[in-house]
Ligand binder design. Structure first.
Ligand SMILES: C[S@@+](CC[C@H](N)C(=O)[O-])C[C@H]1O[C@@H](n2cnc3c(N)ncnc32)[C@H](O)[C@@H]1O
Length: 365
């Protein structure tokens, strides 16, 4: 089998025992929704969606305690090895300042980037259920390497698709190369019994199509009693592996100002394709919370994680805004909690009242 090698390639980042002692306790710092508002079956089930604030490698180890083989769909949109730092502008009372939303700077050290993903992908596989699917969103910088890593961990026979997300509305200058206008979403399954729902989209124009039927295992044209082939008019078609969905634009009312926010339509497709209602969806690089919000809207349970306080702030805010919008149907509202392992840094941010403040996050000037 072909395997990718890099300097320092190691299956486990640290001794699991050390991690157990240091990191495996997470505490609720925030619970959303007074129980009395919720009167449906979900309430009885005691499930709360979970947003972890912390380094995902620690959170993944923590989740192995109770969620091994229980997650139905994992989508991640990690840093792409782009070499950029993504900045945002914060307005906090009268203070306006620029800060980093997240770093994608590896000093061009591909080894450390690949090792970071490798360790996490091993744990994703552990968490996935037998019918589960993993979607890894990348671009030209590293997707070709990560596909080999996925072949190694999942097995090349578990490769399902390389979805091309074609974002036709983003200007990308390329003087010495063609403008880059797509990302890759690599899809792998845990077993051959994975959930996969057919998706259909409307055609631009209705199409006349031969009617076909299966007779004794052979596909044949359907004929009328005079022996003439029969046609039907089709107005939709199966979704294929090239998805023409725009990039989020600042003019959109869904725009959260998070620099690499993905379009909710992209996540809607992924979640509908690979899961059913009540399934558990996870995103361990959740950014502004798009996956969690869409999962919530589509009546899936979710677990999210991000290392950045701004991401936690935004994810929480977006989900709360959605819950406020549907407050006339409280039976559709699912509780969620924010958890952390209380590092010194976390304590400082919490004690500053960060999550209670009205912070406006904007694009960096
Ligand atoms: C490309 S963004 C995700 C954007 C998201 N899909 C959205 O729609 O907003 C990547 C995120 O990964 C987070 N991240 C990077 N390294 C992490 C780590 N080790 N643990 C948890 N989160 C991490 C960053 O803080 C950033 O928010």
């Amino acid at each position: 089998m072909v395997k990718l090698i890099w300097e320092g390639k190691a299956e486990k980042p640290v001794n699991l025992k050390d991690l157990k002692n240091k990191f495996l306790n997470y505490y609720k710092i925030f619970e959303v929704h007074p129980e009395k508002k919720i009167q449906n079956n979900l309430d009885k089930e005691e499930w709360r969606n979970k947003l972890f604030w912390g380094n995902n490698i620690e959170v993944l180890y923590h989740l192995l305690n109770n969620f091994k083989g229980k997650v139905d769909l994992i989508y991640i949109d990690p840093p792409f090895f782009s070499g950029s730092n993504y900045q945002i502008k914060i307005k906090d009372n009268d203070n306006v300042y620029n800060t980093i939303a997240y770093l994608d700077h590896w000093e061009k050290n591909l080894d450390s980037y690949l090792q970071m993903l490798y360790e996490r992908i091993i744990l994703f596989k552990e968490l996935l259920s037998q019918t589960g699917l993993l979607f890894i969103h990348l671009d030209w910088h590293a997707s070709h390497y990560v596909r080999l890593i996925l072949d190694e961990i999942f097995g090349e026979e578990r490769f399902i698709n390389n979805i091309i997300w074609y974002y036709y509305n983003k200007y990308s200058a390329g003087k010495r190369n063609l403008p880059r206008a797509h990302d890759d979403i690599l899809v792998y399954s845990k077993s051959n019994k994975y959930t996969f729902n057919e998706l259909r989209i409307p055609r631009k124009k209705p199409k006349k199509q031969l009617m076909r039927e299966m007779i004794n295992g052979v596909l044949k044209n359907v004929k009328d009693k005079n022996g003439h082939v029969k046609y039907r008019i089709v107005t939709d078609k199966k979704v294929d592996d090239v998805w023409r969905i725009p990039c989020m634009q600042p003019a959109s009312k869904e725009w959260s100002c998070f620099p690499t926010q993905k379009h909710h339509k992209l996540l809607e497709r992924i979640i509908k394709l690979g899961s059913n209602e009540e399934d558990l969806i996870a995103d361990f690089f959740c950014g502004s919370g798009t996956t969690l919000l869409v999962a919530d809207k589509l009546n899936r349970k979710w677990i999210g994680c991000d290392i950045s306080a701004y991401s936690i702030y935004l994810s929480r805010k977006r989900i709360l805004n959605f819950h406020n919008k549907i407050s006339n149907t409280p039976e559709n509202i699912r509780r969620f909690e924010i958890l952390t392992n209380f590092t010194e840094e976390h304590k400082k941010v919490i004690n500053s009242g960060f999550f209670e403040k009205e912070i406006i996050i904007g694009r960096k000037n």
